[in-house]
Write a protein that binds this ligand. Structure first.
Ligand code: PLP
Length: 470
């Protein structure tokens, strides 16, 4: 492709994206296609000769677009959001254009230094303790794996890097912790059977007393407790583990405390919500995802550590071909995580923070929290529905409950969810809480406004009416 053609299509594609931002609401939120529908329209063999971009783009619209879920749709209430923004897309475009692979400072000083600076901003913005060092990872799952590996190394005096794990180490997380903890424990050498799932209270938050009991029990049995993962904003219900008493347990027993605030960390942008991370001073590591709720398109996960030396010691490998003359003076982020190669992710984050300003981001989050309260009010006011967890942030967990038995209620609520999502206007997802099928409605899309939650509630209301009609 000649540069002139690139220029023409580049302008057209930016127009296309701007139109998409304006019109995304007109698409069904989820793709209506069946498994295999996309694949059957993609030739089995690659083109021998280069094709015209016009033809490629035509197929993008014809074959690819109908197979997309529209995460940026204001009716997206499922999982947690993965919102983007014009500023972030523009930053990402420049990152792709520069095409830099930012593994060490020398391979792009601006990438390394901007990453350091922007993560310092972000730390101030959400009120983290001073002195934490930040690095961008691709996902919270990777960040948690890094934490588990660092905890393993620190606990073994950095011996397991060389010798492998000689004694079993144990890890603790609430029964509501995200599956990435279990995945991390599984692949970081601890072994899944050494993950202790700690019971939770009525709000689904970890019970620190039960944590202490589990640690003591393991110590008495000759095992070596290594790491606790506390969650601020659990995936199923948005529960907030109490960091201060958990930190006390970690201090008493010399355990690594990792805080997973993948989604909820963004809420700490609001001074009035900072309480959700009270006690975070005790954390050895902390992760939250600007790529969830903070307008920075996937991927961008902010990982903070108290002791960067422990992180670097866990990951550092120094082959001759990667040595530079300035290694002693700079941060080479290749040693701060698993991959060697690194994308320039800090650029889009910088664009977002500068474009919205702290106040702009706060205004969005504040409005989402208000809208979640509005939905909570509708659930509570309607006797057919039951709230299944406290609404601490932007997630509302509820179900229909007309008094039938639990198993029939689960079937009823699955049917309700299918009806709501079948409209194509909204997408809500589900979980189970204490065995109860739970519908989750998360307010977090950039363009979700009161009229969208109103529409969602109208759809819920009429689907419930249809299902309960005698
Ligand atoms: N932790 C929590 C609490 C989550 O809710 C999620 C995803 O929703 C994750 C971790 C995993 O995030 P990622 O997709 O960035 O790995």
């Amino acid at each position: 492709m000649k540069n002139e053609e690139f220029r023409l299509f580049g302008h057209r594609f930016v127009d296309w994206i701007a139109d998409y931002f304006e019109n995304v609401e007109t698409f069904p939120v989820l793709s209506p296609l069946a498994p295999g529908d996309v694949r059957k329209n993609i030739p089995a063999v690659p083109p021998t000769r280069g094709e015209d971009m016009e033809a490629v783009f035509r197929d993008f619209e014809k074959v690819i677009l109908p197979g997309m879920a529209h995460w940026q749709h204001p009716g997206w209430f499922a999982y947690f959001p993965a919102n983007n923004s014009p500023a972030s897309v523009l930053g990402e475009m420049l990152t792709a254009g520069l095409g830099a692979q930012c593994m060490v400072w020398k391979t792009s000083p601006a990438a390394a230094e901007l990453e350091e600076a922007v993560l310092d901003w972000l730390s101030q913005m959400i009120g983290l303790p001073q002195g934490l060092a930040g690095v961008i990872q691709d996902s919270a799952s990777t960040a948690t794996l890094c934490a588990l590996l660092s905890a393993r190394e620190r606990t073994t005096g950095f011996g397991s890097n060389d010798d492998g794990l000689r004694v079993p180490l144990t890890v603790y997380a609430s029964e509501e912790a995200h599956s990435s903890i279990e995945k991390g424990v599984k692949i970081a050498g601890y072994g899944r059977k050494n993950l202790r799932r700690i019971p939770t209270d009525d709000t689904f938050a970890l019970l620190p007393g039960r944590l202490e009991e589990a640690v003591v029990r393991d110590k008495d049995a000759g095992l070596v407790p290594a790491c606790v993962v506390a969650t601020v904003g659990t995936t199923s219900s948005g529960a907030l583990d109490p960091l201060a008493p958990i930190g006390e347990v970690c201090r008493r027993h010399g355990l690594w405390l990792h805080v997973d605030a993948a989604w909820a960390g963004t809420a700490a942008l609001l001074p009035e919500m900072r309480g959700i991370i009270d006690g975070v001073e005790a954390a050895d590591s902390f992760v939250f995802n600007p790529h969830k709720w903070m307008l920075t398109n996937f991927d961008c996960s902010a990982y903070y550590v108290k002791d960067p030396a422990a992180l670097v010691r866990t990951f550092e490998i120094l082959p001759e071909y990667l040595k530079t003359g300035v290694d002693a003076k700079v941060k080479n982020y290749r040693d701060w995580g698993i991959p060697l190669g690194r994308r320039f992710r800090a650029l889009k984050l910088w664009f977002v923070i500068r474009s919205y300003g702290v106040e702009g981001l706060q205004a969005m989050v504040r409005e989402h929290l208000r809208l979640a309260r509005v939905v909570e009010g509708w659930v509570v006011a309607d006797a057919r529905f039951e709230l299944l967890a406290p609404v601490a942030l932007g997630l509302v967990c509820f179900r229909l409950n007309d008094g039938r038995d639990e198993s029939a209620l689960n079937t009823l609520n699955q049917a309700l969810l299918d009806r709501i999502n079948g409209t194509g206007r909204v997408f809500l997802s589900h979980t189970t809480l204490r065995g109860k099928f739970t519908i989750r409605l998360v307010v977090g899309q950039r363009t979700t406004a009161e009229r969208h939650v109103r529409e969602a509630w109208d759809l819920i209301d009429s689907a419930a009416g249809e299902l309960l009609r005698p």
